[in-house]
Design a protein around this ligand. Structure first.
Ligand code: HEC
Length: 130
């Protein structure tokens, strides 16, 4: 299912309240690896990789938002205080517009294509120990 922009906005609102958004698009991890090139200017994704402009994203799927210790001093207040886990429902509105769910987010990049959002999330999901 394709999520429309207005649905995504609704999902973002729902995410703030309960993380119960509408059904999300299916992602393709292989396509997501290509999409990740757009993120790679600011994020490494290998295990133990260095922080760039943003934190390393190994194991990000399923982990607590704002919990990368190497990056801790550089997180925005909003991400530092965030109390949720990164999954498809939380990452989707974040990648479309970070400030939609993290007030004052320091991530200025927005991924507007919803299929690309689903794909890159599917890719990140493959990158963890579990
Ligand atoms: C221009 C640089 C830049 C680009 C490009 C970028 N990010 Fe970020 N990202 C950041 C910064 C800076 C932060 C920290 C934000 C904050 O502190 O509010 C961040 C944070 C994140 C977080 C939260 C990490 C955590 O530890 O909770 C995720 C997830 C994320 N980015 C995913 C992505 C993905 C996926 C892409 C590509 C679609 C991407 N980012 C592109 C700079 C970037």
């Amino acid at each position: 299912m394709k999520v429309t922009t207005s649905l995504a906005a609704a999902a973002a609102t729902a995410a703030v309240l309960s993380f119960a958004g509408p059904a999300l698009a299916e992602g393709d991890p292989a396509a997501g690896e290509q999409v990740f090139r757009k993120c790679a200017a600011c994020h490494t994704v290998n295990e133990g990789g260095a922080a760039r402009v943003g934190p390393n994203l190994w194991g990000i799927y399923g982990s607590q938002a704002g919990s990368n210790e190497d990056f801790a001093p550089r997180y925005s207040q909003g991400l530092r205080n965030a109390d949720f886990v990164w999954n498809a429902e939380t990452m989707t509105p974040y990648l479309i517009n970070p400030r939609e769910i993290i007030q004052g987010s320091r991530m200025t990049f927005q991924l507007r294509n919803e299929q690309e959002v689903a794909d890159v999330i599917a890719y990140l999901r493959t990158l963890s120990d579990g």
